[in-house]
Design a protein around this ligand. Structure first.
Ligand code: FEO
Length: 434
């Protein structure tokens, strides 16, 4: 695959993987992308997963066709992209390694060496000329690790975007981009919305014709579509109006209530998605919760707590900064239901959530009273009258953004000795934002 006249695709498809990053199912496999730039100097952009080192080295050799290799650019040190570096240095001992200082520190941890004799350390604004091609480096901390850099080839107007704009799925399987890119983004990068926003602001200043991510297809047309989705996802705004019902049910009574609610909501014209948290792909359920504007959580009281799948699900949401949506609760319990109280409490630190006015309490099985509560909740969610009960009042707080990585500090004042927890720079690089 030729990206441009001088940029060749040398990545690999993985159909053997069972769980990506040890937890995400990938029914259509995974692609580890790598690219070769052929100019007066030659450069490889990132390596691949360690199970595919030889296939990748063979592709490099074929495209080089006997030429020397000058640079390996390491944008990201997660092993799905870095595990072949050591073998690369044996195959191409003369090549320099171009990366951030944080990445070289990680190389020492992974490989026992930071390749000091081969290092070309780059930072925000650094440039590397390959001849005709100019590589411009952009720091992208926490998209998805702190050492990440992106690379803009200003000659061919190509952005090498590291993990950003990636998706699950091998390249030899055709599927919708947004579905698996959303599940990938929310699951893997979702916690770092402000850092993604910072990179999007940098990207807005570039003339980009192609985006070459480390996973998924090369994006060549209608780039505004992808950039717009990334802007929505990273700003935590719902992508669509709709109600996601996530539930657990031990003996079927909670499920019966959920199905009645879904039926009523659909009859009222709502888009509804139902996920059984004990059986569905948890990452798909998390993706749905972030995609739509309203969420109903239905579970039982269990060991004076909530059912384990629900606790894990809410943890997945809150650790990814779930916010700006409406949440409603259905609880079931036979003698002392406490699930609604516990679920609400788990969102204590979440921002800009509205809790529905109507809650549903089922004592073992639906009866007239709980059915009436269920129908009242359906009406409230259908008509958008959910109570605007913001969980955390933010009055008096100011926001200061790190101009390097996008980290946001909130408080009445930014302390003079404040150090950015992401990029370790001081208060002088912070600017107050709305
Ligand atoms: Fe594709 Fe963060 O590694």
């Amino acid at each position: 695959m030729h990206i441009t006249d001088d940029i060749k695709y040398i990545g690999v498809n993985d159909h053997e993987i069972d769980l990506f990053e040890g937890q995400y199912i990938v029914p259509n496999g995974m692609a580890y992308n790598s690219y070769l730039i052929l100019d007066e100097k030659t450069a490889v952009m990132d390596s691949v997963d360690g199970n595919f080192t030889q296939e990748w080295l063979d592709k490099i050799a074929k495209e080089l066709d006997g030429r020397q290799l000058d640079y390996l650019v390491v944008q990201h040190m997660e092993p799905d992209h870095s595990a072949s570096i050591m073998d690369f240095t044996k195959a191409y001992p003369e090549a320099k390694i171009v990366s951030s200082s944080k990445a070289f520190a990680m190389m020492k941890n992974f490989f026992g060496t930071d390749f000091s004799e081969k290092q070309v350390v780059v930072n925000e604004g650094s440039q590397l000329s390959l001849g005709k091609h100019q590589l411009n480096f952009i720091t992208a901390p926490m998209v998805h690790w702190p050492e990440v850099i992106m690379t803009y080839d200003s000659t061919d107007k190509v952005l090498f975007s590291a993990d950003a704009f990636g998706k699950f799925g091998a390249l030899d399987v055709e599927e919708d981009w947004a579905c698996e890119a959303r599940r990938y983004y929310i699951g893997i990068v979702g916690k770092y919305g402000s850092q993604v926003q910072a990179v999007l602001r940098k990207a807005a200043k570039l003339d980009i014709e192609k985006i070459c991510a480390l996973h998924g297809p090369v994006l060549t047309e209608n780039l505004g579509y992808y950039l717009n989705l990334y802007n929505i996802w990273s700003s935590y705004q719902p992508e669509e109006e709709g109600v996601v019902i996530a539930y657990t049910s031990v003996y079927g009574n909670t499920k019966k209530a959920v199905m009645q609610l879904a039926e009523k909501l659909e009859a009222n014209g709502c888009k509804v998605v139902v996920n059984d948290l004990a059986r569905c792909d948890w990452a798909e359920a998390v993706e749905d919760a972030f995609r739509y504007s309203k969420l109903v959580l239905a579970t039982t009281t269990y060991n004076a707590d909530i059912f384990p799948f629900m606790r894990q699900f809410i943890d997945h949401l809150t650790e990814r900064n779930y916010s700006d949506r409406t949440v409603a609760f259905i609880e079931n319990g036979t003698w002392a239901p406490v699930a609604t109280k516990i679920m609400k409490g788990m969102f204590e630190k979440s921002k800009n959530l509205a809790f529905a006015e109507n809650t549903v309490k089922i004592m073992s099985a639906l009866n007239d009273e709980s059915t009436a509560q269920l129908m009242a909740l359906a009406e409230e969610l259908s008509t958008g009258k959910a109570e605007e009960a913001v969980v955390e009042e933010e009055g008096g707080k100011r926001r200061f953004e790190c101009s390097v990585c996008g980290y946001i500090y909130e408080g009445e004042e930014l302390p003079e000795d404040f150090v950015c927890p992401i990029c370790q720079l001081g208060a002088e690089v912070f600017e107050e934002i709305e």
